[in-house]
Unconditional design. Structure first.
Length: 261
């Protein structure tokens, strides 16, 4: 952001000298030791209950684990930041590990993600599987052909592309397909409700505009949020890591604010 506050006179000519705002630092969202600053919400369980230690911390990594589960039973989970964000860049790394839960839907295989502009965990219903949000979807190779990562999924939401409303649930990125156990670097640049940009390993793979609640979508109860007074256009929200039935690891989770200091 540039402001023009200083006016200088040189030989009777006035010149505007721009002052450049200092860049904000990268701040860790995960301390590498525990889940302080995060709140789990798992379907069928109240907000704050980390059922069966779904989210574990080990060696500086948040690990989604199903070691304590008998069956998955549609217990979709998310780990939310305790703070909502609007203008920022989020960066992190993910890696798939192990096998999906046998009773989870087939699409769960090597599938996870990070939700942005998400509703709070406290506002979710007890049995609600997914928060109303924009999901940056993480995928890996199943050996069945191209399966690019960093798509956007829209539980309870819609978005716009080049000024046109898009209501389909998944919009594909241009990212390549990665092996399951490879660490992949993700960056999400969020400008409130104006624009969202996905990058993989430093390369832009998708951008879209005007994320918004979808009053027609019953997958996540956007209608309830709208009735409670939530704005339709999403300018801010929580960040949430996904536990969808497939073990996955997350590390180096950092955020740079794009807000003026």
């Amino acid at each position: 952001m540039i402001s023009f506050k200083s006016l200088f006179s040189i030989a009777s000519v006035f010149i505007l000298i721009p002052t450049v705002m200092a860049e904000q630092p990268w701040v860790p969202l995960f301390n590498g030791k525990n889940l302080d600053g995060w709140t789990p919400k798992i379907s069928g369980h109240p907000s704050g209950e980390n059922f069966a230690d779904t989210f574990k911390v080990d060696d500086g990594i948040i690990k989604v684990s199903y070691d304590g589960y008998g069956k998955f039973n549609s217990q979709y989970g998310h780990l939310f930041t305790n703070i909502a964000y609007s203008h920022y860049i989020l960066r992190m790394e993910y890696r798939f590990i192990g096998k999906m839960m046998p009773d989870a839907p087939n699409y769960v295989n090597f599938n996870s993600g990070v939700m942005i502009h998400a509703q709070s965990p406290q506002s979710m219903g007890l049995n609600q599987g997914f928060p109303s949000s924009m999901e940056v979807q993480f995928l890996a190779d199943e050996g069945k052909g191209k399966r690019g990562t960093a798509n956007v999924c829209t539980p309870g939401t819609n978005l716009e592309l080049e000024g046109k409303l898009v209501t389909q649930h998944i919009i594909e990125s241009t990212a390549p397909t990665f092996p399951p156990e490879e660490w992949v670097k993700v960056e999400v640049e969020v400008h409130g409700s104006d624009e969202v940009i996905h990058r993989i390993n430093g390369v832009e793979v998708l951008r879209y505009q005007r994320p918004q609640l979808d009053p027609r979508d019953e997958m996540a109860p956007a209608t309830d949020l709208l009735k409670a007074g939530a704005p339709k256009i999403l300018n801010y929200g929580y960040i949430a890591l996904q536990a969808e039935g497939q073990p996955v690891w997350f590390r180096n989770i950092e955020l740079k604010s794009l807000e003026a200091p």
